[in-house]
Write a protein that binds this ligand. Structure first.
Ligand SMILES: NC(=O)c1ccc[n+]([C@@H]2O[C@H](COP(=O)([O-])OP(=O)(O)OC[C@H]3O[C@@H](n4cnc5c(N)ncnc54)[C@H](O)[C@@H]3O)[C@@H](O)[C@H]2O)c1
Length: 436
């Protein structure tokens, strides 16, 4: 199939490269000339495991190319996939500016019988807007589909090759037939539904996962009041098969390019359709409040942040990415600086992104090893569970002359080991910590 992917961000590049690897002819199209010229040279503008290699293979094979030219990109395409960004607008709704502008640009060049599939995360009611724009310009028969994306940054290539499921929202059988055939080599479950159900499924999935994180954080807060250990509580509840062992992450709350915005967008959508304030507003508010609340709580436990030197380990929003969108570090570091602490930041991949984001400050420095970041610190704040941060032997950074704390913001370290090294241990929702 001849495919064009519009928007070569995280989702677009991975989608384009994976479809190319299944012997489709794929064009990645973006208005960002710098990004396209890098991609042409096989340079991925962000860190995503396995992507650079795949890109190289597919450009070399001739199945994948990149362009900024709409006519060239669209005129021969059987399938046009819209994967542009849909950030939240100031009211919390999905900002469709990029999507609708890309739609306007593609419309004049559409080939007869082409499918335009929206992969960007958008609310129900978006396809009629796309349809209105295309119908004003295109003189050919075309089809629309909603094809939401469920990949996770950090495992995006693997998730796209082996998805849990593919969801196709359409109205015509011919669209289901062609998109089912496209996904056949992935050997996964293909769920065929209406466009509205496909779009709601995307929001429902992310809102559910965000709810699960927020739920266990609330339980963790209660454990701190009574000496219970949230990890023991999780072990106990997860034996219930209705609940399960997976996806329990007590910590500093959810971040990243999707959960915060998707929950806010669902909350906004609820208000727009007359459902008023509901669970999604509350989840979003609880998550927003979490980091300042926790930081104050940690500060109280270690006698105040003022004058302390703190190693902040993990600057990206999660392991295996350099994406800093809604990363906890974006709230944690300004909080610490505001409290007159000195901050020494480290991340395996996001250092250069962080250096661009944070304004220079005499109390903020970045370091390219854990060892260096932790030199003479009062507090080690293990913020993101990169394997190198979780597995590090922190006995190296113990300074016998001072009292030191290790804050395990993701409950990933062994408290007894941390204490054995000589730190005071602070975890999340851990009352009596006495593991073997
Ligand atoms: N990042 C994720 O993990 C993820 C996962 C699932 C779904 N999504 C959704 O997928 C969509 C894309 O997300 P992303 O993270 O890849 O975004 P991104 O911001 O990384 O990339 C978007 C790209 O679209 C390009 N673009 C903007 N306007 C354009 C236009 N008119 N023509 C061509 N290109 C244009 C931008 O230059 C940019 O390269 C969003 O709706 C997002 O919510 C993202």
């Amino acid at each position: 199939m001849q495919i064009t992917v519009i928007g070569t961000g995280f989702v677009g590049v991975v989608t384009a490269a994976v479809f190319a690897s299944y012997d489709n002819k794929v064009i990645g199209l973006d208005i960002d000339e710098k990004k396209i010229s890098k991609l042409k040279k096989n340079l991925v503008p962000f860190y995503e495991p396995g992507l650079e290699k795949l890109l190289k293979q597919q450009q070399k094979s001739g199945n994948l190319e990149f362009t900024t030219a709409y006519q060239k990109g669209i005129e021969n395409s059987d399938l046009v996939i819209l994967a542009v960004g849909t950030p939240s607008n100031p009211e919390g709704g999905a900002d469709l500016t990029y999507l609708l502008s890309a739609t306007k640009e593609l419309a004049p060049y559409l080939k007869s019988e082409a499918i335009v599939a929206v992969k960007s995360t958008v609310p129900p009611g978006t396809l009629p807007k796309v349809d209105k724009i295309i119908s004003q310009t295109a003189n050919v028969k075309y089809y629309l589909a909603a094809m939401p994306e469920f990949l996770k940054e950090g495992s995006a290539v693997e998730d796209t090759i082996h998805p849990d499921r593919v969801v196709i929202g359409a109205r015509e059988n011919v669209v289901f037939d062609r998109l089912r055939e496209l996904h056949r080599p992935l050997k996964c479950q293909v769920i065929e539904v209406s466009p509205e159900s496909a779009q709601m499924a995307k929001y429902a999935a992310n809102a559910y996962l965000a709810t699960r994180i927020t739920f266990i954080n609330q339980i963790a807060d209660l454990c701190e009041k009574n000496g219970a250990d949230v990890e023991e509580v999780i072990a106990a509840i997860s034996h219930d098969r209705r609940i399960g062992k997976h996806y329990w992450y007590p910590g500093v709350g959810y971040g990243g390019s999707c959960f915060p915005k998707d929950v806010k967008e669902l909350a906004y959508y609820s208000r727009q359709v007359g459902e008023g304030e509901n669970l999604f507003n509350k989840i979003s508010d609880l998550n927003e409040e979490r980091i300042p609340r926790l930081m104050k709580n940690f500060g109280d436990q270690l006698g105040g942040w003022s004058g302390k030197t703190v190693a902040v380990l993990g600057l990206a929003f999660k392991p295996h990415t350099d994406d800093m969108r809604e990363a906890p570090s974006l709230k944690v570091i300004p909080y610490l600086l505001d409290q007159q602490a000195k901050v020494r930041g480290y991340d395996p991949k996001a250092l250069s992104a962080a250096k661009q984001i944070f304004p220079s400050d005499e109390n903020l420095s970045f370091h390219d090893s854990i060892d260096d970041a932790c030199q003479s610190v009062d507090v080690v704040l293990a913020l993101i569970e990169w394997p190198e941060i979780v597995d590090y032997d922190y006995s190296h950074v113990i300074d016998q002359k001072k009292e030191q704390w290790l804050i395990d913001a993701r409950n990933q370290l062994l408290a007894s080991q941390v204490k054995g090294w000589g730190f005071n241990y602070i975890g999340i929702g851990r009352g009596e910590i006495d593991e073997q």
